[in-house]
Design a protein around this ligand. Structure first.
Ligand code: FE2
Length: 131
């Protein structure tokens, strides 16, 4: 039996539309609030339909030298054109794109995971240094 982590896919986000793209500074001051943007489909748009969409993005911070990552945010995308009139007849589609802010006191790695309802779990990572 595989471990869940082995089932999380990874690739270059410039060629694979499912990979979450993490945009944040490479280096911050300890305790300084900074923005983190995570999106799916930055280079190649991912479909956003009732049948095929990104359901959520989770963001973790793994402080250097520590054993466990810490979940910093979990963002659900709930509207995908659902409607009583039928699939993709609804008036609203949530785009899989989120910006929030963090402050950190140690360097580490920001991890993002995303879930496509058809194509499973995807991940990416970005190192962040402390000044
Ligand atoms: Fe997909």
């Amino acid at each position: 039996m595989k471990q869940l982590g082995e089932l999380i896919q990874s690739a270059d986000w410039k060629t694979e539309k499912h990979v979450p793209v993490i945009e944040c500074p490479d280096k911050v001051k300890p305790g300084e609030v900074f923005s983190v943007k995570v999106s799916v489909g930055k280079e190649i748009a991912h479909p956003n339909t009732t049948e095929h969409h990104i359901s959520w993005i989770s963001v973790y911070f793994h402080p250097a030298g520590e054993k466990f990552p810490i979940e910093a945010g979990h963002f659900e995308f709930s509207a995908h054109g659902e409607s009583m009139a039928g699939l993709n007849q609804g008036p609203v589609y949530a785009n899989p794109d989120v910006t929030f802010s963090l402050k950190i006191t140690k360097p580490g790695v920001i991890y993002a995971t995303s879930l496509c309802n058809l194509h499973g779990l995807w991940q990416s990572a970005k190192e962040i240094q402390i000044d």
